[in-house]
Design a binder for this molecule. Structure first.
Ligand SMILES: [Zn+2]
Ligand SMILES: [Zn+2]
Length: 227
């Protein structure tokens, strides 16, 4: 970072390793656009849903569905997109930004700007999901309710992923489980523990083995890719 002198000691702005309490973690995360963009998405989805009126029980079920979809989606995207290795098309190397960025996150797990989602993800998928829900879904009201749940799950993802990269020692079991699993993904074997917000998804999909019998990987930092 250009505004730091070489001997500057790390701060919550430059390293999540120095963060030991929730307040500092929330403050550090709030510096990035991602949580604000997700909050904006939730507000728009709520506003659109409210504009249609006619609340029903199915809204609650759709909200729940939106929340439930997220942990499976994050697992799938993490395993199959973020960990994708560069490939060649007609002699040209293709190495998508999201995969490079995720490798950088594995290389430097304490750099806060590599933990949060980049704004382009929200600017691409936020409007797309809202437009699909509004114009393409058979019932726009229920679609908006599902997107509200999805938005809250996304916000929870940003928070829990950021938090497990700090030195906070959580007291509740949900956070403790996420801490353990994500640390295993980063420091034991990158081919397991893809879930960020729900460890049971890894167990369900065969990527949540017993750590004691899981071999250590040499590629936790480079994900098996040179350079
Ligand atoms: Zn991570
Ligand atoms: Zn990963």
């Amino acid at each position: 970072m250009s505004n730091l002198t070489p001997d500057a000691s790390p701060s919550p702005e430059t390293s999540t390793r120095v963060i030991t309490d929730y307040r500092t973690a929330i403050g550090a995360l709030a510096r990035y656009p991602s949580p604000r963009l997700i909050a904006g998405f939730i507000a728009i989805a709520i506003g659109l849903r409210a504009s249609l009126g006619g609340w029903q029980t199915a809204d609650a079920l759709m909200l729940l569905l939106g929340v439930t979809v997220w942990p499976f989606l994050e697992w799938f995207l993490h395993k199959h997109l973020l960990h994708v290795k560069p490939w060649e098309i007609f002699g040209r190397r293709v190495d998508p930004d999201f995969a490079r960025r995720h490798r950088a996150h594995h290389r430097e797990p304490w750099r806060p700007e590599l933990i949060v989602l980049p704004p382009y993800v929200h600017f691409t998928f936020g409007p797309l999901l809202l437009a699909l829900g509004w114009w393409a879904a058979p019932d726009p009201a229920l679609a908006m309710s599902a997107l509200v749940g999805y938005g809250f799950a996304a916000l929870n993802y940003e928070w829990t992923h950021f938090m497990v990269h700090t030195r906070i020692q959580p007291q509740n079991r949900y956070y403790q489980g996420l801490f353990r699993a994500h640390r295993m993904h980063h420091f034991r074997n990158e081919k397991y523990w893809y879930g960020f917000t729900l460890t049971s998804v890894d167990r369900m999909l065969g990527t949540g083995p017993d750590p004691d019998v899981t071999p250590r990987s040499e590629h936790c930092r480079d994900l098996g890719v040179d350079g």
